[in-house]
Design a protein around this ligand. Sequence first.
Ligand code: PMP
Length: 299
Amino acid sequence: YYNDDSVLFFDGEYVKAKDAKTDLYGQSLHYGYAVFEGIKSYKTANGTKIFKAEEHYDRLRRSAQTMMIPFDYSTEEMVDATYKLLEINKLSNAYIRPLVICSPNMALSKGQKSFLVIEVWNWDNGYMANQMRIMTSSFERPNPKAFKVEAKVSGHYVNSILACQEAKDKGFDEALVLDADGNVAESSGANIFFEKDGKLFTPAKGSILPGITRATVFEICDQLGIPYEEKFFKPEEMKGADAGFFCGTAAEIVALGSLDDVPFKLNWEESLASKIQTAYRHLVLEEDYSYLKTDLQYV
Ligand code: PMP
Protein backbone atom coordinates (compact mmCIF):
# COMPACT_ATOMS: atom_id res chain seq x y z
CA TYR A 1 0.00 0.00 0.00
CA TYR A 2 2.85 2.38 0.61
CA ASN A 3 6.56 2.71 0.14
CA ASP A 4 9.28 5.05 1.44
CA ASP A 5 8.12 7.88 -0.81
CA SER A 6 4.36 7.65 -0.20
CA VAL A 7 2.73 10.74 1.22
CA LEU A 8 -0.54 10.82 3.15
CA PHE A 9 -2.79 13.58 4.42
CA PHE A 10 -2.57 13.71 8.21
CA ASP A 11 -4.74 16.18 10.10
CA GLY A 12 -4.14 19.03 7.66
CA GLU A 13 -0.53 18.20 6.74
CA TYR A 14 1.00 16.20 3.90
CA VAL A 15 3.49 13.83 5.51
CA LYS A 16 5.50 10.77 4.54
CA ALA A 17 3.47 7.64 5.31
CA LYS A 18 6.47 6.04 7.00
CA ASP A 19 6.80 9.02 9.38
CA ALA A 20 3.11 9.36 10.32
CA LYS A 21 2.47 8.54 13.98
CA THR A 22 -0.51 8.37 16.24
CA ASP A 23 -0.97 7.35 19.86
CA LEU A 24 -2.22 3.94 20.91
CA TYR A 25 -4.82 5.19 23.40
CA GLY A 26 -8.00 5.76 21.48
CA GLN A 27 -11.55 4.60 20.82
CA SER A 28 -10.83 3.97 17.14
CA LEU A 29 -8.09 1.44 17.67
CA HIS A 30 -9.62 -0.18 20.73
CA TYR A 31 -13.32 -0.23 19.81
CA GLY A 32 -13.46 0.22 16.03
CA TYR A 33 -15.09 3.62 16.64
CA ALA A 34 -13.97 5.35 13.44
CA VAL A 35 -15.60 6.15 10.10
CA PHE A 36 -14.06 5.86 6.67
CA GLU A 37 -14.60 5.91 2.93
CA GLY A 38 -13.42 3.96 -0.10
CA ILE A 39 -13.09 6.09 -3.23
CA LYS A 40 -11.46 5.65 -6.63
CA SER A 41 -9.86 7.99 -9.12
CA TYR A 42 -9.39 7.27 -12.80
CA LYS A 43 -7.17 8.47 -15.57
CA THR A 44 -9.70 9.92 -18.01
CA ALA A 45 -9.32 11.82 -21.30
CA ASN A 46 -10.02 14.93 -19.19
CA GLY A 47 -7.23 14.20 -16.67
CA THR A 48 -7.33 12.46 -13.30
CA LYS A 49 -10.90 12.40 -11.99
CA ILE A 50 -12.16 11.22 -8.61
CA PHE A 51 -15.42 9.36 -9.30
CA LYS A 52 -18.35 10.71 -7.22
CA ALA A 53 -15.96 12.54 -4.91
CA GLU A 54 -18.66 14.77 -3.39
CA GLU A 55 -21.00 11.84 -2.73
CA HIS A 56 -18.24 9.94 -0.91
CA TYR A 57 -17.13 12.88 1.23
CA ASP A 58 -20.75 13.81 1.99
CA ARG A 59 -21.24 10.24 3.20
CA LEU A 60 -18.09 10.48 5.34
CA ARG A 61 -19.49 13.62 6.98
CA ARG A 62 -22.86 11.92 7.51
CA SER A 63 -21.18 8.81 8.96
CA ALA A 64 -19.25 10.98 11.44
CA GLN A 65 -22.40 12.87 12.41
CA THR A 66 -24.41 9.66 12.84
CA MET A 67 -21.69 8.27 15.10
CA MET A 68 -21.43 11.53 17.12
CA ILE A 69 -17.83 12.04 16.05
CA PRO A 70 -16.91 15.74 15.96
CA PHE A 71 -15.67 16.47 12.44
CA ASP A 72 -15.23 19.86 10.82
CA TYR A 73 -13.95 19.33 7.28
CA SER A 74 -16.18 20.46 4.44
CA THR A 75 -16.65 18.20 1.45
CA GLU A 76 -14.90 20.76 -0.74
CA GLU A 77 -11.82 20.89 1.53
CA MET A 78 -11.52 17.10 1.44
CA VAL A 79 -11.96 16.89 -2.34
CA ASP A 80 -9.28 19.56 -2.84
CA ALA A 81 -6.91 17.84 -0.41
CA THR A 82 -7.40 14.53 -2.23
CA TYR A 83 -6.58 15.96 -5.65
CA LYS A 84 -3.47 17.52 -4.15
CA LEU A 85 -2.50 14.23 -2.52
CA LEU A 86 -2.90 12.33 -5.81
CA GLU A 87 -0.68 14.88 -7.49
CA ILE A 88 2.01 14.65 -4.79
CA ASN A 89 1.99 10.85 -5.10
CA LYS A 90 1.86 11.03 -8.92
CA LEU A 91 -1.20 8.78 -9.03
CA SER A 92 -4.09 8.67 -11.51
CA ASN A 93 -5.77 5.28 -11.19
CA ALA A 94 -5.89 5.12 -7.43
CA TYR A 95 -7.79 3.88 -4.42
CA ILE A 96 -8.44 6.60 -1.85
CA ARG A 97 -9.01 5.78 1.80
CA PRO A 98 -10.08 8.61 4.13
CA LEU A 99 -10.31 7.63 7.80
CA VAL A 100 -11.62 9.68 10.70
CA ILE A 101 -9.86 8.65 13.91
CA CYS A 102 -11.01 9.48 17.45
CA SER A 103 -8.13 9.88 19.81
CA PRO A 104 -7.05 10.13 22.57
CA ASN A 105 -9.99 9.01 24.68
CA MET A 106 -10.72 5.56 26.02
CA ALA A 107 -14.22 6.15 27.40
CA LEU A 108 -17.36 4.43 26.16
CA SER A 109 -18.86 7.79 25.26
CA LYS A 110 -19.04 9.91 22.14
CA GLY A 111 -15.87 11.16 20.47
CA GLN A 112 -14.28 14.32 21.83
CA LYS A 113 -11.76 15.02 19.11
CA SER A 114 -11.06 13.53 15.73
CA PHE A 115 -8.51 13.84 12.99
CA LEU A 116 -8.63 12.99 9.31
CA VAL A 117 -6.14 10.76 7.52
CA ILE A 118 -6.31 10.24 3.74
CA GLU A 119 -4.26 7.47 2.20
CA VAL A 120 -3.95 6.83 -1.54
CA TRP A 121 -2.42 3.94 -3.42
CA ASN A 122 -2.10 2.71 -6.96
CA TRP A 123 -5.05 0.76 -8.43
CA ASP A 124 -4.15 0.05 -12.00
CA ASN A 125 -5.96 -3.20 -12.68
CA GLY A 126 -8.47 -3.04 -15.47
CA TYR A 127 -11.94 -4.25 -15.90
CA MET A 128 -12.66 -7.94 -15.44
CA ALA A 129 -15.76 -10.08 -15.65
CA ASN A 130 -14.68 -12.82 -13.35
CA GLN A 131 -17.75 -14.91 -12.64
CA MET A 132 -17.41 -15.12 -8.88
CA ARG A 133 -18.57 -18.19 -7.00
CA ILE A 134 -20.38 -16.99 -3.90
CA MET A 135 -21.94 -18.77 -0.92
CA THR A 136 -24.59 -17.86 1.60
CA SER A 137 -22.73 -16.94 4.76
CA SER A 138 -23.42 -18.38 8.19
CA PHE A 139 -22.79 -14.86 9.52
CA GLU A 140 -25.55 -12.21 9.46
CA ARG A 141 -25.00 -8.54 8.69
CA PRO A 142 -24.79 -6.22 11.72
CA ASN A 143 -28.32 -5.88 13.04
CA PRO A 144 -29.76 -2.35 12.52
CA LYS A 145 -31.03 -2.50 16.09
CA ALA A 146 -27.43 -2.90 17.29
CA PHE A 147 -25.52 -0.70 14.82
CA LYS A 148 -26.00 2.34 12.59
CA VAL A 149 -25.66 0.19 9.49
CA GLU A 150 -26.06 3.03 7.00
CA ALA A 151 -22.86 4.65 8.32
CA LYS A 152 -19.49 3.37 7.12
CA VAL A 153 -18.02 2.49 10.50
CA SER A 154 -14.71 0.67 10.93
CA GLY A 155 -16.05 -1.74 13.56
CA HIS A 156 -18.70 -3.11 11.18
CA TYR A 157 -15.93 -4.60 9.09
CA VAL A 158 -15.09 -7.22 11.71
CA ASN A 159 -18.30 -8.84 10.47
CA SER A 160 -17.05 -8.49 6.87
CA ILE A 161 -13.77 -10.19 7.73
CA LEU A 162 -15.58 -13.15 9.34
CA ALA A 163 -17.95 -13.59 6.39
CA CYS A 164 -15.32 -13.18 3.68
CA GLN A 165 -12.83 -15.51 5.37
CA GLU A 166 -15.48 -18.19 5.92
CA ALA A 167 -16.28 -18.12 2.19
CA LYS A 168 -12.60 -18.34 1.24
CA ASP A 169 -12.00 -21.20 3.69
CA LYS A 170 -14.83 -23.10 2.01
CA GLY A 171 -13.34 -22.55 -1.44
CA PHE A 172 -15.64 -19.72 -2.58
CA ASP A 173 -14.66 -16.24 -3.78
CA GLU A 174 -17.03 -14.23 -1.61
CA ALA A 175 -19.91 -14.33 0.86
CA LEU A 176 -23.54 -13.46 0.41
CA VAL A 177 -24.63 -12.14 3.80
CA LEU A 178 -28.25 -12.14 4.96
CA ASP A 179 -30.02 -9.82 7.38
CA ALA A 180 -31.58 -10.87 10.68
CA ASP A 181 -34.83 -11.84 8.85
CA GLY A 182 -33.01 -14.11 6.39
CA ASN A 183 -33.28 -11.65 3.50
CA VAL A 184 -30.36 -11.06 1.16
CA ALA A 185 -28.40 -8.02 2.31
CA GLU A 186 -25.02 -7.62 0.61
CA SER A 187 -21.52 -9.09 0.45
CA SER A 188 -18.67 -8.37 2.82
CA GLY A 189 -17.87 -5.16 0.94
CA ALA A 190 -20.27 -4.60 -1.94
CA ASN A 191 -23.97 -4.40 -2.78
CA ILE A 192 -25.71 -7.04 -4.87
CA PHE A 193 -28.16 -7.18 -7.79
CA PHE A 194 -29.77 -10.03 -9.66
CA GLU A 195 -31.50 -10.07 -13.02
CA LYS A 196 -34.67 -11.95 -13.89
CA ASP A 197 -36.78 -11.66 -17.05
CA GLY A 198 -35.25 -8.39 -18.16
CA LYS A 199 -35.43 -6.64 -14.79
CA LEU A 200 -32.90 -5.97 -12.04
CA PHE A 201 -33.57 -6.46 -8.33
CA THR A 202 -31.54 -5.30 -5.34
CA PRO A 203 -32.14 -5.47 -1.57
CA ALA A 204 -34.08 -2.54 -0.13
CA LYS A 205 -32.37 -0.36 2.48
CA GLY A 206 -32.48 -1.47 6.11
CA SER A 207 -29.53 -3.76 6.74
CA ILE A 208 -27.23 -2.66 3.92
CA LEU A 209 -24.71 0.08 3.37
CA PRO A 210 -26.54 2.07 0.69
CA GLY A 211 -23.70 2.15 -1.80
CA ILE A 212 -22.78 4.99 -4.09
CA THR A 213 -22.20 2.42 -6.85
CA ARG A 214 -25.69 0.99 -6.18
CA ALA A 215 -27.11 4.50 -6.72
CA THR A 216 -24.96 4.79 -9.86
CA VAL A 217 -26.46 1.54 -11.18
CA PHE A 218 -29.92 3.09 -10.76
CA GLU A 219 -28.69 6.14 -12.66
CA ILE A 220 -27.39 3.93 -15.51
CA CYS A 221 -30.65 1.93 -15.56
CA ASP A 222 -32.61 5.17 -15.90
CA GLN A 223 -30.36 6.26 -18.77
CA LEU A 224 -30.57 2.95 -20.60
CA GLY A 225 -34.21 2.24 -19.86
CA ILE A 226 -33.54 -0.87 -17.79
CA PRO A 227 -36.23 -1.58 -15.17
CA TYR A 228 -35.18 -2.19 -11.57
CA GLU A 229 -36.73 -2.66 -8.16
CA GLU A 230 -35.55 -2.42 -4.54
CA LYS A 231 -37.19 -5.08 -2.40
CA PHE A 232 -36.61 -7.65 0.36
CA PHE A 233 -36.03 -11.18 -0.91
CA LYS A 234 -34.65 -14.53 0.20
CA PRO A 235 -31.56 -16.14 -1.39
CA GLU A 236 -33.80 -18.82 -2.97
CA GLU A 237 -35.29 -16.15 -5.23
CA MET A 238 -31.84 -15.26 -6.50
CA LYS A 239 -30.57 -18.78 -7.03
CA GLY A 240 -30.65 -19.78 -10.67
CA ALA A 241 -31.78 -16.28 -11.77
CA ASP A 242 -30.63 -14.99 -15.16
CA ALA A 243 -27.58 -13.10 -13.84
CA GLY A 244 -26.15 -11.47 -10.75
CA PHE A 245 -23.48 -8.96 -9.86
CA PHE A 246 -21.76 -7.26 -6.97
CA CYS A 247 -21.24 -3.52 -7.14
CA GLY A 248 -19.03 -1.25 -5.11
CA THR A 249 -16.38 1.38 -5.55
CA ALA A 250 -13.51 -1.11 -5.36
CA ALA A 251 -15.27 -4.03 -7.08
CA GLU A 252 -17.00 -1.82 -9.67
CA ILE A 253 -19.44 -4.24 -11.36
CA VAL A 254 -18.39 -7.86 -10.87
CA ALA A 255 -20.20 -10.72 -12.56
CA LEU A 256 -21.37 -13.59 -10.38
CA GLY A 257 -21.06 -17.11 -11.75
CA SER A 258 -23.04 -19.01 -9.12
CA LEU A 259 -24.68 -18.78 -5.71
CA ASP A 260 -24.22 -21.85 -3.49
CA ASP A 261 -23.00 -23.63 -6.63
CA VAL A 262 -26.26 -22.97 -8.48
CA PRO A 263 -25.18 -21.20 -11.68
CA PHE A 264 -26.86 -18.11 -13.09
CA LYS A 265 -28.64 -18.95 -16.34
CA LEU A 266 -27.46 -16.52 -18.98
CA ASN A 267 -24.04 -16.16 -20.50
CA TRP A 268 -22.78 -12.97 -18.89
CA GLU A 269 -22.39 -11.26 -22.27
CA GLU A 270 -26.09 -11.79 -23.00
CA SER A 271 -27.27 -10.24 -19.73
CA LEU A 272 -28.52 -6.74 -19.09
CA ALA A 273 -26.10 -6.79 -16.19
CA SER A 274 -23.16 -6.90 -18.61
CA LYS A 275 -24.46 -3.69 -20.21
CA ILE A 276 -24.44 -2.08 -16.78
CA GLN A 277 -20.86 -3.23 -16.36
CA THR A 278 -19.80 -1.71 -19.68
CA ALA A 279 -21.75 1.49 -19.01
CA TYR A 280 -20.14 1.86 -15.57
CA ARG A 281 -16.66 1.62 -17.11
CA HIS A 282 -17.57 4.34 -19.60
CA LEU A 283 -19.06 6.51 -16.87
CA VAL A 284 -16.01 6.45 -14.59
CA LEU A 285 -13.84 7.32 -17.59
CA GLU A 286 -16.24 10.18 -18.49
CA GLU A 287 -17.12 8.53 -21.77
CA ASP A 288 -20.51 8.46 -23.47
CA TYR A 289 -22.40 5.19 -23.05
CA SER A 290 -25.72 6.09 -24.65
CA TYR A 291 -24.95 3.76 -27.56
CA LEU A 292 -25.75 0.88 -25.19
CA LYS A 293 -29.37 1.94 -25.19
CA THR A 294 -29.95 1.18 -28.83
CA ASP A 295 -29.32 -2.51 -28.75
CA LEU A 296 -31.39 -3.35 -25.71
CA GLN A 297 -33.57 -6.39 -26.29
CA TYR A 298 -35.73 -6.32 -23.19
CA VAL A 299 -37.38 -2.90 -23.17
N1 PMP B 1 -21.59 -2.60 1.24
C1 PMP B 1 -20.49 -2.67 2.00
C2 PMP B 1 -20.53 -3.46 3.26
C3 PMP B 1 -19.32 -1.99 1.60
O1 PMP B 1 -18.22 -2.04 2.36
C4 PMP B 1 -19.33 -1.27 0.39
C5 PMP B 1 -18.09 -0.57 -0.07
N2 PMP B 1 -18.01 0.71 0.48
C6 PMP B 1 -20.50 -1.24 -0.37
C7 PMP B 1 -21.62 -1.91 0.10
C8 PMP B 1 -20.57 -0.48 -1.65
O2 PMP B 1 -20.53 0.90 -1.40
P1 PMP B 1 -20.00 1.94 -2.47
O3 PMP B 1 -20.68 1.62 -3.74
O4 PMP B 1 -20.40 3.25 -1.92
O5 PMP B 1 -18.53 1.73 -2.57
